[in-house]
Design a protein around this ligand. Sequence first.
Ligand SMILES: *[C@@H]1O[C@H](CO)[C@@H](O)[C@H](O)[C@H]1NC(C)=O
Ligand SMILES: *[C@@H]1O[C@H](CO)[C@@H](O)[C@H](O)[C@H]1NC(C)=O
Length: 411
Amino acid sequence: MRPLFKRGVSFAHQMVTDHCKVRVFGPFSGFTVIGSLFAFLVAITCACLFVLPIFEPAIYTSEIPKPSGSNLMRTCNVFEGSWIPEESYPLYNASQCPFAERGFNCLANGRRDRGYTKWRWKPRHCDIPQFDVSAILEYLRGKRVVFVGDSLSRTQWESFICMLMTGVEDKRSVYEIYGNQITKQVRFLSVGFNSYNLKVDFYRSVFLAQPGPVPKHAPKRVKLTIRLDKLDDISKEWIDSDFLIFNSGHWWTPTKLFEMGCYFQLGGSLKLGMPIASAFKTALNTWASWVESNVNPNRTSVFFRTFESSHWSGRNRNSCKVTRRPSSKTHGRDKSSISDTIMKVAKQMAFPVRVLHVTPMGAFRSDAHVGPWSNNPSVPDCSHWCLPGVPDMWNEILFSYMLSKNGEIFQ
Ligand SMILES: *[C@@H]1O[C@H](CO)[C@@H](O)[C@H](O)[C@H]1NC(C)=O
Ligand SMILES: *[C@@H]1O[C@H](CO)[C@@H](O)[C@H](O)[C@H]1NC(C)=O
């Protein structure tokens, strides 16, 4: 804290001298008492403007955060913090949860070390309330929770169900309503908690935007298009819900798009040269207008999870070395242009969307990926996470938002 604080002060000082000097101390010739008073006032205002936001963190660290409901909790950035050991974790055994898919159950797939299951995320300025399964099950009675996105969304959905199932006595009362199996391609899964009249659904929509057929006269390499101005046509099934949790990001890569013959389309025209970053932004804006014109903010809370850090390494970013312990440095993985776009778009919306900014916390967890312990050990996986593991923490944060009045617990 100290070096940062010092840097802050010197930065502020520099700002004051650079910006204010010209205006305040410039007209020295007409020096009068009133003039100097005025100059003093401007200098103070200027100094305050620049210094105040920098002092803020220092104020927070000097006070011990109080339990929920206090002002300090409300200003806590829950996504800024560190992982600390937690003996009581994990929260469930994936082998006893029929909704944790085999590919994510690392222990069942031969992983020997278990240390990676014993870390808890600790926000710097507050605490995430302890997971209280009966409270959350009671709260979710009669509700519908919908996860939408790619396989990382499916992982969170699986973790969500496994966590809740630890509080359900009769495990057979929790089942996939249509008898579907969890697979990579399945577009829709709905798990009912019978005794709670609760439904937890997953919709696979990796781009959120609508895939479309190839327009006439398109070059041969075009096999599929993503219609950036249209939301996925299953989106109408998401509206009638109490919680909507979105993600998208891992599919917006040249390998998953252009190399597969997938190109962008806007209206009737193909956008062959459109950069992925601007396509993602366009799709997110389409998503934002869809939310604003279809979702009722009085009924539905909307969340968007940011990019889930992956830990590929090597020159071609194709080797995957899972470590035994979380890394102490993020090596830049705490930043993501995908996440930046998500936060920017969400901020501009009139609809109150909560961004689950999981990028920084995941960046430390080089120990928590599936690695070779998937159902296909010949293809190591440094994108997905073992269950139990990191996605449980996303859900603990989600549960905290749900249980706190108006989600006021964190900023
Ligand atoms: C999880 O459950 C399975 C099957 O009941 C059991 O064999 C295994 O030891 C358990 N794992 C842990 C980490 O407790
Ligand atoms: C939500 O509630 C507010 C206040 O009760 C009301 O003014 C508004 O019309 C409602 N919005 C919708 C979409 O129902």
